[in-house]
Ligand binder design. Structure first.
Ligand code: ASP
Length: 324
């Protein structure tokens, strides 16, 4: 990654945290903060979410997003290519429908229109995503895309995009507000070269996110097919509910996943109801950004070696309790 790309990521992450934090300081809810942070990331085009979503085997975008609060209310959208900010539509499903998950552009267009959601758009892949698509397509045709061996065999049955590098980049956020309410959110383009209609963990509460006022809030990124199999975020939440701090819960859940499904499969962020944070991953990278009341400014970590800036040890983390 070039220095320019690293700086851009750091700046967008910083803005996402800072905007969410500013809302909390003004008395906003954890859901307000999570939605606002994720919107910044969706709009940036540099993460795999919203406008920057990666593409399907046919070269289209089919983003998923979810939001969940500590009272267990939650809303999810899948294949939400009809709005600029899938996280806001997920929040609308939570607040304005009796359902948890609504999927597909037609159904979501009807729902958005029914509630007067605002502007509908046809989300298109960015130029950069289409360039990456060409590379993936070449590799897949040669049978060199090891992530999707079965899809590679049937790819000829799918319509490829007309000519027009990585699997990471899903965005998530967790927050606790002045009332002690917690919220988790997640938004993704999914995984490069997925089959049309594939729905990943980011649309499934318990897998790609979870929140419960008895435990805390958790959000995940990584290989959705693996995250779903171990209900990753519910696992972190259950561990926190048993009294384990957020960092230890994240580490234990990631260890369980690694043992079950291998390395390079996921990362999680969490906040427990005592305001302790947790960050854990078995992937090479997972940029994060943090803001707490005792901190004077937002801390953004983009490169793996910068993790030493964040004190993840249970005891110190505990001392950094959130007191807003
Ligand atoms: N978890 C996302 C999915 O599988 C992808 C990612 O986090 O990069 O849809």
């Amino acid at each position: 990654m070039s220095k320019n790309e690293i700086d851009k990521r750091r700046e967008v992450l910083r803005k996402a945290s800072a905007d969410g934090y500013a809302l909390l300081r003004k008395g906003g809810t954890a859901a307000d903060a999570v939605e606002s942070a994720i919107k910044v990331l969706e709009d940036s085009e540099i993460f795999n979410a919203g406008s920057g979503s990666c593409v399907t085997i046919e070269g289209n975008v089919e983003p998923d997003a979810s939001i969940m609060k500590g009272d267990l209310s939650c809303g999810s959208v899948a294949n939400a290519s009809v709005v600029r900010n899938p996280i806001s539509l997920a929040r609308a499903v939570m607040e304005k429908s009796d359902h948890v998950l609504i999927a597909g552009p037609d159904a979501l267009t009807k729902f958005a229109t029914a509630i007067g959601f605002g502007e509908l758009v046809a989300l298109r892949p960015t130029k950069q995503r289409l360039e990456q698509y060409e590379v993936y397509l070449r590799n897949m045709r040669r049978g060199e895309l090891k992530e999707w061996p079965k899809n590679s065999e049937i790819m000829g049955q799918y319509q490829e995009a007309p000519p027009g590098t990585d699997f990471a980049g899903t965005v998530g956020a967790v927050a606790i507000d002045s009332q002690g309410d917690v919220c988790a959110g997640v938004s993704t383009g999914g995984r490069f070269m997925k089959l049309p209609g594939r729905i990943g963990d980011s649309a499934i509460p318990g897998a790609g996110l979870y929140a419960d006022h008895n435990s805390g809030a958790v959000s995940a990124t990584g290989a959705g097919e693996e995250i779903i199999k171990v209900c990753l975020c519910k696992t972190v939440s259950d561990l926190m509910r048993s009294g384990i701090d957020a960092q230890s819960a994240c580490d234990s859940a990631i260890n369980l996943l690694t043992n079950a499904r291998g390395v390079g499969t996921a990362g999680v962020i969490a906040i427990d109801v005592k305001g302790r944070f947790g960050i854990s991953r078995n992937t090479e990278m997972m940029p994060v950004s943090l803001r707490f009341v005792p901190m004077e400014k937002t801390l953004s970590v983009v490169l793996p070696e910068e993790y030493s800036l964040v004190d993840l040890t249970g005891s110190n983390n505990r001392r950094k309790r959130l007191t807003i």
